[in-house]
Ligand binder design. Structure first.
Ligand code: HEC
Length: 146
């Protein structure tokens, strides 16, 4: 019994040690300057995008507290960097974002675990309809996809 307790203790200490050490691995949480935003069809559309998309798809990310705690911080940072690569609403070029309306309509965006953590991104039915229209008016829409 005593032996087992010792083992458990050692494993716990090792775990804590690892958790402490990984906090020192640098994570990129920069917000580069805003270069150009999309030509929003209305401030309202932009407002919805700020609530539901900007934390990942812009250079104006509000980094949550857990984005400072490894290993969760790694997941957040990698999501943001991947999302910015695909569509950055702070470094917009004409033609970008044609998939935005579809991703939003089919419910792929914002990603589900983001919604769990960010009630501000919850849009009601009417807001969703308005946002979808706004996304299409702003970014256009890719045809021939459901
Ligand atoms: C939690 C971060 C996060 C949020 C919030 C988020 N996205 Fe994304 N988005 C991603 C990531 C990561 C990818 C790249 C991986 C993928 O396609 O699933 C992505 C990809 C995309 C793509 C490219 C899809 C493709 O296949 O090229 C579009 C368009 C997009 N998102 C639109 C949106 C819109 C519109 C919103 C707001 C309604 C939004 N996203 C909110 C993280 C996010």
């Amino acid at each position: 019994m005593i032996f087992k307790k010792k083992v458990v203790k050692r494993i716990l200490f090792a775990l804590i040690f690892v958790l402490v050490v990984i906090q020192f691995i640098p994570v990129d949480r920069t917000n580069p300057p805003v270069i150009r935003e999309p030509d929003w069809d209305s401030p309202k559309t932009r407002g919805f995008a700020v609530r539901a998309c900007f934390d990942c798809h812009s250079n104006q990310t509000i980094w949550p507290i857990y984005a400072y705690i490894a290993p969760i911080s790694w997941l957040v940072a990698s999501d943001v960097s991947e999302a910015r690569e695909k569509l950055n609403m702070s470094e917009w070029k004409p033609g970008d974002g044609k998939k935005a309306a579809k991703e939003f309509r089919i419910g792929d965006m914002p990603v589900i675990y983001y919604k769990w953590m960010h009630p501000k991104s919850w849009l009601n039915k009417k807001e969703k309809e308005e946002f979808l229209k706004g996304l299409i008016a702003t970014f256009g829409e890719e045809k021939k996809e459901k």
